[in-house]
Ligand binder design. Sequence first.
Ligand code: HEM
Length: 349
Amino acid sequence: MTRLGDWLYERLPISAEQLRELTNEPVPNHLKRWWFALGGTPAYLFAIQIVTGILLAVYYQPSPATAYESVRYITQEAAFGWYVRSVHKWGATMMIAAVVLHQMRVFFTGAYRKPREVNWFVGMTLLLTTLVTGFTGYSLVYEQLSFWGATVAANISDGVPVVGGFAKEMLLGGETYNPRTLSRFFVLHAAVLPATIVGLIALHIAIVRVQGVTELHFRDEERGKPDHFKFFPEHLYTELIIGLTLMVLLSALATILPAALGPKADPLTTPEIIKPEWYFYVAFRWLKLFSATTAILSMGFVVFVMFTWPFVDAWIRRNTRYQDASVWIGIAGALSIIALTVWEAAVAH
Ligand code: HEM
């Protein structure tokens, strides 16, 4: 060991060997297929969101009088501002898509079953936190759609029984959208929610580390070969390739389809068409199909079932002969979400 190494070891008695032991988790063979290693993808994208988000925050000014102008400055004048903003916008879309794909992989392989129920719960909280982060970010731009989107969302939360009115006031900082509202969105979007996501990802991955990932086997596997491979360097290479591919894709999207800027918010003129970001299309369409209370209560019920799914699934498997019910319920759920999203995307109102 070098002198610096000795000096450090005397103060922090953790050896390189122990560190290797702690981090070099044996990885089951199926993680060589990238779609089983999708969990790393939202983590990468989140890191990109933090870096680009910090750069945007250098210029962004969260008040109705300044927000729109500061986003215009970032988009049109600041050096590479358009690129940073576009990467951040596409990064949000890709992060949400990545979380959903990872969740689908976990769902359809039954990887949430005992003893991983708690990590499914942590994952669901991550999904909701990521969605709310997307919503608060969209609201910061202070263009017509972000202003009216936030107003509609606040009115929806008002419809939630018991706590809705309070939640709306907490979100807006008053009865209606006012000069202090944007700084609330900013604090949530740039501090509270990202800090929550960091904590949740750390917990999520610590639990994965303690439990190991679910062992899956395939018919075409060669028998007699080792079941596992090393995290370093083999799995790290898979992750690096996924990460690099993502960065190229993100950069290409940001350059070919850069983030635009719509008309500035006008609290007195409701736009003819109000649309949230694509990941809320499903909820938006649902709200248009039913009365507010029915829609909100039924969506709350669906989210509750999603949270408790490992227990619902265990009950079905214990008490009925439909051992694969989760697959069919999952396919029906995914198709319904896609259908509602496409429907909302295809029509103006
Ligand atoms: C920011 C979001 C998320 C990140 C960064 C993340 C990260 C990861 C990583 C790195 C793994 C290891 C295996 C793999 O790569 O698939 C994993 C496993 C897992 N994740 Fe996530 N995850 C996220 C969201 C979710 C969500 C939304 C759910 C479900 C509601 C979920 C449930 C699980 C479960 C149950 C496992 C264990 C899977 C197994 O044992 O095979 N995660 N996650």
